[in-house]
Design a protein around this ligand. Structure first.
Ligand code: DLZ
Length: 162
């Protein structure tokens, strides 16, 4: 089955002035590493400077919303704000009996954070039924959604003159 990414871009975006945070969970590490690399490489491709891509981690996807808030606020306080944050996590149904609860609460809170923090918080969480589905979406046999998340961060951080 083909798993498609973002459609055609409406214009070319310039990421050269942006600072982008990537905050990733450490559960399902091989898949996470591939998604982080996909996002990171796409940011570089669109001009974001290596030193302006800030990567940190939290234990699991459940920690992503609070971690993202603190991560963003930390850089605000230091006077070097992040223009967008990409929280990255991989939730696999077989691994957690409370899968639906975690998926619902994490995705809702990540959505809320954009409004709370006034900056784009990208939805970089894979919610999959199997390990194989997650691998297919992480560039380990199929398209890498991490690349789409990188591009979404650049588009959203530049599009509305935030
Ligand atoms: C506990 C748990 C389980 C069972 N499965 C996953 C998973 O598939 N993906 C993920 O990112 N995290 C998982 N976790 C860890 C929780 O997200 C969280 O880190 C712990 O419950 C501690 O709060």
């Amino acid at each position: 089955m083909a798993i498609h990414g973002l459609g055609q871009l409406d214009k070319t975006y310039d990421g050269s002035k942006l600072r982008i945070g990537i905050l990733h969970a450490r559960w399902n590490k091989e898949i996470i590493d591939s998604l982080v690399k996909g996002a990171h490489d796409k940011l570089l491709e669109f001009g974001v400077k290596e030193e302006n891509i800030i990567i940190e981690s939290v234990p699991g996807s459940f920690e992503l919303p609070f971690g993202t808030k603190k991560f963003s606020e930390k850089w605000d306080k230091q006077g070097k704000p992040l223009d967008a944050v990409i929280p990255i996590g991989v939730l696999i149904k077989g691994s957690t009996m409370h899968f639906e609860y975690i998926c619902d609460s994490v995705s809702q809170k990540i959505m809320d954070l954009s409004f709370e923090l006034g900056k784009p918080i990208i939805f970089g969480v894979l919610t999959c039924l199997t390990d194989e589905q997650a691998r297919q979406r992480a560039g380990l046999g199929g398209h890498n959604h991490g690349a789409d998340w990188g591009l979404a961060a650049i588009e959203m951080a530049t599009k509305f003159d935030l």
